[in-house]
Design a protein around this ligand. Structure first.
Ligand SMILES: [Zn+2]
Ligand SMILES: [Zn+2]
Length: 409
């Protein structure tokens, strides 16, 4: 349970400070939505963030390019009262999609779209920083706002951590939220334990020998071998991993051949692996290569495993931290707003921040209350913006409680 004396004493003043910012919050989200930028190339977005934080009086750190996080922005806000040092992380990148819905603030960039809600995450975090800066005299401790590029390629968290963003000042805990269309606006939840899956991307190249489609005995057909590998790989999940564990192994791409009567030289499979448990992850990663290799060898060919960029461990919310966040959610939104939690098979490199520090990643609903909604990463993705002030409100509550000492082990 959180002991949030500050919100009880000064809660009215703080919530008034938020009410005046709702229009600005929506406006900023729409501006970011209109101007989406791809992972690790969020130059305008980073500029907007840095300018706003500077104007609000935060110490702003940019230019982390030496570690590879050129478009990251860190804002440090020191309150006038004593307290802890707490991080708030928000991801800022968009996706390579052509937006379909004809919104007045539809993406102005062909082929790029905010279809995961990161425009909302950014707008909430900037507005949160501004609201807290405005009342820094009442604010305990130091808030560190971590604007992370490249979440969609799992490229931004690691270089930010390597650049020391958690070390100066020494951040004690990190929190953050992800908007979700799976819950209607007004609903929130936090799941304890493994909450999002690990992600690894791999390719398998089957090297056979080409030839005429009429004389397969004179070739070593990589397509037939690839088909055996695709089917066989499911055996790894179904017969080598305990039934109570979770693993998803998907081959999402097969590339081979030029014509219906030519047996090609090679076939390439591309796939992804997701798990909740690190030992399950390691076991499957270790088996992929030898399993595919042995199937190829049985067919007189060769299969070579390679890994592609962008991997992340499972995201684990510690039980005590999740209890603290659930307390905050109930205090700020009421008991009935807090939904039953569930793990999500998607992945997020917030996992790395939570490996580095205690903390919790929770969910805020932006789904429509009536009818079906397009999922995240879909060109028809739409958010109910009524969820944004909810996100801002709970984020402020979490930050103030944590700065005061809530969630401290
Ligand atoms: Zn996403
Ligand atoms: Zn996302």
């Amino acid at each position: 349970m959180s002991k949030n004396t500050l919100s009880r004493k000064g809660g009215v003043a703080w919530s008034e400070a938020l009410a005046t910012r709702h229009d600005g919050l929506i406006e900023l989200r729409r501006d970011l939505h209109r101007n989406p930028e791809l992972s690790m190339a969020e130059h305008r977005t980073a500029e907007v963030i840095a300018e706003r934080l500077q104007a609000a009086g935060l110490e702003v750190r940019t230019g982390l390019e030496t570690t590879g996080a050129e478009t990251a922005v860190v804002g440090v806000l020191r309150g006038d009262r004593p307290g802890r040092v707490i991080g708030w992380r928000a991801d800022i990148d968009a996706l390579p999609l052509d937006e379909i819905p004809d919104l007045p603030f539809k993406s102005a960039v062909p082929g790029v779209m905010h279809a995961c809600g990161h425009d909302g995450h950014t707008a909430i975090a900037v507005t949160l920083a501004e609201a807290m800066a405005h009342r820094r005299k009442q604010m305990p401790g130091t808030a560190v706002f971590l604007f992370q590029p490249g979440e969609e390629v799992f490229g931004g968290a690691a270089p930010m951590i390597a650049a020391g963003v958690l070390d100066d000042p020494q951040v004690e805990a990190v929190y953050g939220l992800h908007l979700t269309t799976q819950s209607p606006a007004g609903k929130v939840w936090a799941h304890p334990g493994p909450s999002m899956a690990s992600a690894d991307f791999f390719n398998i190249e089957v090297r056979g020998a080409g030839g005429h489609g009429a004389f397969p005995h004179l070739s070593r057909d990589p397509i037939t071998i690839a088909a055996h590998i695709v089917v066989g790989l499911q055996h790894l999940v179904g017969r080598e991993i305990p039934a109570q564990e979770t693993a998803v192994l998907t081959i999402g791409q097969i590339e081979s051949g030029t014509k219906n009567n030519i047996i090609p030289e090679t076939a390439t499979l591309r796939g992804s692996l997701r798990t909740y448990d690190q030992s399950v992850r390691e076991q499957l990663l270790a088996r992929l290569g030898s399993f595919a290799g042995a199937i190829a060898e049985a067919h007189r060919a060769e299969a070579v495993l390679g890994f592609e960029e962008g991997s992340t461990p499972a995201l684990v919310n510690p039980a005590d931290q999740t209890a603290f966040i659930r307390g905050c959610l109930e205090e700020s939104m009421g008991h009935e707003a807090v939904e039953t939690s569930r793990p999500v098979m998607a992945s997020d490199d917030m996992a790395l921040f939570l490996e580095a520090r205690p903390g919790c990643y929770f969910r805020v609903g932006i789904g429509a209350s009536d009818g079906p909604v397009a999922p995240h990463h879909n060109p028809n993705f739409l958010m109910d913006e009524a969820g944004l002030p909810v996100g801002l409100k709970v984020a402020l509550h979490v930050m103030l409680s944590a700065l005061e000492g809530g969630g401290a082990g």
